[in-house]
Design a protein around this ligand. Sequence first.
Ligand code: AMP
Length: 397
Amino acid sequence: MTRARSFAARHAVARESNLMTSFSDLGLSAPLLKAVAGAGYAEPTPIQAQAIPPGLAGRDVLGIAQTGTGKTAAFALPILTRLATGPRAMPTAPRVLVLAPTRELASQIAESFRVLGKNLGTRVALAFGGVPKGRQARALAGGIDVLVATPGRLLDLMGDRAVRLDRVEVLVLDEADHMLDLGFIVPIRRIVATIPRERQTMFFSATMPKDISTLADAMLRDPVRVAVAPVATTADRVEQRVIFVDQARKPAVLARLLAREATGRTLVFTRTKHGADRVVKQLAMAGIVSEAIHGNKSQPQRERALAGFRNGQTRVLIATDIAARGIDVANIDHVINFELPNVPESYVHRIGRTARAGNAGAAISLCDGAERAFLRDIERLIRTRVPPMAEPVAQAA
Ligand code: AMP
């Protein structure tokens, strides 16, 4: 962890100084400025102010930033600028490849490209597992500019000759640390080996441990390094509490928290997929409606659950770490850790779901005696003690 922070500190060039404050200062074309305004972005975020100018200049970019900082537009806007010139995409040969670890993140990136590129006629396609390949292959055959893909499905489509990467001009690797956590290192290397060396590469990761910086060194050429909000600082904006409670009593405490507190839109984390389903059932018995999102759910089920959460139909979403990474839902009021994660950085990612775009948020962790060691690791990482709170008392019926 210390290593991750010191790397970020070492490479944090121009973090505060010389930041340009308006999109029109950044050198974007008129149609893109219109799309940015249409998306409701008033000012560039720090990662955008730092990464867009070198991105437009064709430089490689190494971005140390987590989801929630506006990094998608930081790479999408330079890419859309480039796509407005040059050859039209040939069938099965995209000009831009964005690799992302999960289907949720891939979908959100593709959506950002569609929103920001809507005045430019940019053709965007998605490729991820869990759904049939046919439609993805047909979209590619029609000729698309930007392919957003997860590594496994992309390799699959490459094997089918549904896609080739020899005309890729820009490669983006998003959430590189998460990719490696999921074991994608070999697929990534195989994919990158088929992309021309003459290309622009943008590489984003929330943390930069040794294996990630080795991968970055192998993929990037003389990159401009930009860094925003090292992972632990997100925690500063979130009001955190811990309730010490035995595992067996957690369902009752969770139900009381959700019933009593004005928790608003709440994301509850469990350690396992089964745990998530169990919590949904336990809450239902207490009369609280919730939905679970995790890797065992089908893609339509996940999308439905997310849409319900986004539009306010479902107030409580139960998620595992992997399913939740990259979920982009604004205004999550509370994060509740039904179980504490054994990887302290996951805690920071979890609670960061509430502190989007400068908002404050609140996070409550339910900690069993067996999880105290996890709590200690977390407190060491965030360099603060999480204050305890009493468990809510049962309401009279
Ligand atoms: P990202 O880190 O790319 O996942 O972005 C996080 C959220 O911030 C998304 O909902 C974006 O639509 C939003 N966003 C990105 N750039 C800006 C901006 N300049 N101003 C306001 N919101 C933004």
